[in-house]
Design a protein around this ligand. Structure first.
Ligand SMILES: [Zn+2]
Length: 424
């Protein structure tokens, strides 16, 4: 591959957080009904809607388009021309964390997203544009990290020669590139030098010798940009490790107790994991595992249970359905001591229930017979008529809904619930 001195393309938009926040406003705006299907990248002249959309962030349409395209390139937004604008997996994580106010974790995800986009960034053959496919061009970050001096540094002068060389764009690109490298936390500026900070050592080691798989096509690279944890992503292992480190950070850890903060992170890992953990009945949740490994396994278990019930509440006459309305619940509670059969992530110790049925089950308002029929508690007599009561009482003596794999919860776990939690 040719040397890539002297002409590093960069769009006229930076990776600074303010830019991402502006695009975040556009994402929200783009979800309004009036913009459904609207082509934000289309012609601007006389396009009233385009002006209106751009006015959301008080800029001209051309500036707005540049900002959105930049965030696509940085890996926050999916590469689509039509509204609504959609976050990538990484963008979504960032947005979730930012929205719930965990700015420390949000910052880590922002830095990681930029790093990944820099890692797989390549110039196409003309070197005037970037390519989503690193196999189709030169990779500036790879080139840079292989050309640092023994102090892991490059002087700004040399860096400028690399970026702008003697092209007509001299001076125009360096500030953007510098901002990207610093925003990603890979480099810091110290006395006229850019110095590698030592961040993500494994990933940086990998990029030094990275050769893109020639079998991967542009669409594959788009998918990797969207979710760098997927199987075909060349860096999925080191990125997964980075995810785990982020979610173990102090503070992040504490808030996790409330199950919100790093939930998006753990979920992202688990969704991938779900495919890989073989479906055996007993998953080891040995306490010698790190808390994080256990979290990933628990989340994996939850996702799997919900899938088994097709996201339907398992109570026969309850019609609640949908990923965000149902929960995977333990029949034998996970905080009870181990019996003969490890129960915490046993695939037959779970039910998919809606939030209301979940509370009723945990409080012993109903349980199951050994042949999986619903039985109800006298406790119901003491509460007023309401929909939940109707749904459960009308389901008594009926079998719970069937799983997609035709298997039923294990009798041992059902008996534990009936004997210890259910109140006749
Ligand atoms: Zn229900």
């Amino acid at each position: 591959m040719a040397s890539i001195n002297g002409d590093w393309f960069h769009s006229r938009s930076s990776s600074n957080l303010e830019e991402l926040l502006a695009v975040r406003q556009l994402v929200l705006e783009s979800r309004k009904l009036e913009y459904t299907g609207f082509n934000w990248s289309g012609g601007r002249e006389g396009n009233k809607k385009m002006y209106k959309f751009a006015s959301t962030i008080n800029v001209e349409p051309s500036t707005m388009q540049t900002k959105i395209r930049a965030m696509i390139r940085y890996g926050f937004i999916k590469d689509e021309n039509q509204c609504p604008l959609i976050w990538t997996k990484m963008g979504n994580l960032w947005n979730d964390l930012y929205t719930i106010g965990d700015f420390a974790a949000a910052k880590e995800v922002y830095q990681l997203t930029l790093t990944i986009s820099l890692v797989i960034f390549a110039f196409n053959n003309t070197m005037e544009q970037y390519s989503v496919n690193p196999g189709k061009g030169d990779m500036p970050l790879k080139f840079l990290v292989n050309n640092l001096d023994i102090n892991h540094a490059i002087s700004l002068k040399e860096f400028e020669a690399l970026v702008d060389g003697n092209t007509k764009r001299v001076g125009a690109n360096i500030s953007y590139w510098k901002a990207d490298l610093i925003n990603s936390s890979l480099f810091q500026e110290v006395q006229e030098n850019l110095i590698y900070t030592g961040k993500y050592p494994e990933l940086i080691r990998e990029i030094k010798t990275f050769e893109p798989n020639p079998l991967l096509i542009d669409e594959d690279w788009k998918a990797i940009r969207d979710n760098p944890l997927i199987e075909m992503s060349p860096f999925n292992k080191s990125i997964r490790t980075i995810f785990e480190v982020i979610s173990q950070k102090e503070g992040v850890e504490e808030q996790f107790a409330e199950d919100i903060t790093t939930f998006p992170l753990i979920n992202a890992i688990s969704e991938q994991e779900e495919i890989h953990i073989p479906e055996i009945d007993i998953l080891n949740t040995d306490t010698r595992f790190t808390t994080n490994t256990r979290r990933v396994r628990n989340a994996t278990w939850s996702i799997r249970i919900k899938k088994k019930y097709n996201y339907l509440c398992a109570v026969t006459n309850c019609d609640v359905v949908g990923q965000i309305f149902v929960e995977a619940i333990h029949i034998k509670p996970d905080n009870t001591p181990d019996g003969k059969i490890p129960h915490r992530t046993h695939i037959l110790n779970g039910l998919c229930l809606c939030k209301h049925c979940h509370v009723a089950f945990d409080h012993g308002y109903f349980s199951l017979t050994d042949d999986h029929k619903i039985i109800s508690s006298e406790k119901f007599n003491k509460i007023a008529e309401q929909n939940l009561k109707k749904v459960i009482l009308s389901s008594v003596n009926l079998k719970i809904k069937k799983r997609t794999d035709d298997r039923w919860p294990l009798v041992d776990f059902i008996q534990y619930h009936r004997n210890n939690i259910f109140k006749e």
